[in-house]
Design a protein around this ligand. Structure first.
Ligand code: AMP
Ligand code: MG
Length: 322
C-alpha cells in the first residue's frame, strides 16, 4: 500500500475546539463523572469525542473510527440536564445549532466499520487527571492496516503557556503551541548515560505498579533517574519531544485489565515518528491488530538508546517475581 498523506488541519481545529470545551467544563466546575463501576467519564469526554468525530466525518467520511465513548452511553448514562449542557457547549463552540441527535450521530459515526484506515480517538485521556486539574490529553491516532502511523495530540495542561499540540505523520513529529504559533520538529533525546536519564510513569497507583517499575529501573542501572509522574499520553509526547528518555507502564500483579488501543495508538505513532521505540516488555511490537484491546504485558517507551537494557531488567525482575 502506498504511503498515505493526511490533511490534518481539520483535526488541529477540532482538537483545539475540544480543548476549549474541556477548559470551559473545568472553569464552570461542571466536572463530575459517570460510567459507574468502570472508569470515570465526564460530559467533556462526550463533547470532545463529538467534536473530533464530526470533523472526521466531514474530512474523511469513509474512514473507520475506534473511539472510547458511544452515543448509547451518552443517552443512557448522562442525565438529561447534563446532556443539554453538552449540546449548549457544542453549539457555542462550533458556532452552529446543534441538536442532541447530532451529538449521538457524531459519537457513533464510523464505529464498527472494518476499514484499512482507522482513526482512534481518546477524547480525554487521563480523565482522572482532568478531574483533579492535572494533565490530560485529547488524542487522535490514525492506523493504516492496524499500524499506528499518524497522530494529533492536544495537551491543554502541558507546562508551556496555553498547552501544546503535537502531531506526526510520514515518520516526522512536530509540536506547536495549542493556541497556534511556531511549528517545531521534535526528536527523542540522545541521552544514554544512566546519570542523565529522566523517567516518567502514571500518577494513579491503580493504573500501574510503581514498586515494580522502581525495581526495573534499579535493575537497569537507572535507579537514580529523575522520576516524574504525569497523567495521560502526555508522557509519550514528553518522550517524543526529548524531555524524558523512559516511560514504563507495568500493570499491577493481579491486574486483568487489558491495555486499550485508544490509550496508546496516537502516542506510539508520535514517539516512533520522533525516533523513539515503543514495545511490549519483551521488546516485541505492540499488537494493535484486533478489536479494542492490545494483548501485551506492559509497555516500554523510550528514546531507543536505553530500550534494550530496560527489556533485560524487566526479564530479571519477572524472574525474581516467579
Ligand atoms: P495514565 O494517566 O497514563 O495512567 O493513563 C490513563 C489511562 O489509564 C486511562 O485512559 C485509562 O484507560 C487507563 N486506566 C484506567 N484505569 C486503569 C487501571 N485500573 N489499570 C490500568 N489502566 C487504567
Ligand atoms: Mg485514556
Amino acid at each position: 500500500m502506498p504511503p498515505v498523506t493526511l490533511e490534518l488541519q481539520p483535526l488541529f481545529t477540532a482538537v483545539r475546539q475540544a480543548a476549549e470545551l474541556c477548559r470551559r467544563v473545568q472553569d464552570a466546575h461542571l466536572v463530575s463523572s459517570d460510567k459507574e463501576g468502570q472508569e470515570p467519564v465526564t460530559i467533556a469526554d462526550y463533547g470532545s469525542q463529538a467534536i473530533i468525530s464530526r470533523a472526521l466525518r466531514r474530512a474523511y467520511p469513509d474512514d473507520g473510527i475506534l473511539a472510547e465513548e458511544s452515543g448509547e452511553q451518552f443517552v443512557n448514562l448522562v442525565p438529561e440536564d447534563r446532556r443539554k449542557t453538552v449540546v449548549a457547549l457544542l453549539s457555542d463552540i462550533l458556532g452552529e445549532a446543534v441538536r442532541q441527535t447530532d451529538v449521538v450521530a457524531w459519537l457513533d459515526h464510523g464505529q464498527n466499520r472494518v476499514t484499512e484506515r482507522l482513526w482512534v480517538i481518546d477524547p480525554i485521556d487521563g480523565t482522572k487527571g482532568f478531574l483533579a486539574l492535572r494533565s490530560y490529553v485529547i488524542a487522535v491516532g490514525f492506523m493504516l492496516n492496524r499500524q499506528p502511523v499518524a497522530s494529533v495530540i492536544g495537551a491543554p495542561a502541558h507546562p508551556s503557556p496555553g498547552g501544546m499540540l503535537f502531531h506526526s505523520q510520514s515518520g516526522v513529529a512536530y509540536q506547536q503551541p495549542l493556541s497556534g504559533g511556531l511549528l517545531k520538529r521534535i526528536h527523542v533525546s540522545e541521552r544514554s548515560e544512566a546519570s542523565g536519564i529522566r523517567a516518567l510513569e502514571s500518577v494513579e497507583k491503580s493504573h500501574t505498579n510503581h514498586e515494580r517499575m522502581a525495581r526495573v529501573r534499579a535493575a537497569a542501572g537507572l535507579g537514580d533517574a529523575a522520576l516524574t509522574r504525569i497523567d495521560s499520553m502526555e508522557k509519550y509526547a514528553r518522550i517524543a519531544a526529548g524531555e524524558a528518555e523512559l516511560y514504563l507502564r507495568l500493570p499491577r500483579l493481579n491486574s486483568t485489565r487489558p491495555f486499550m488501543i485508544w490509550d496508546h495508538a496516537a502516542g506510539t505513532a508520535l514517539v516512533q515518528a520522533a525516533g523513539g521505540r515503543v514495545t511490549d516488555i519483551d521488546g516485541s511490537p505492540l499488537d494493535f491488530s484486533e478489536g479494542r484491546a492490545l494483548r501485551n504485558k506492559g509497555i516500554i517507551v523510550s528514546n531507543g538508546r536505553i530500550h534494550d537494557r530496560v527489556i533485560a531488567a524487566i526479564g530479571q525482575v519477572l524472574t525474581q517475581e516467579e
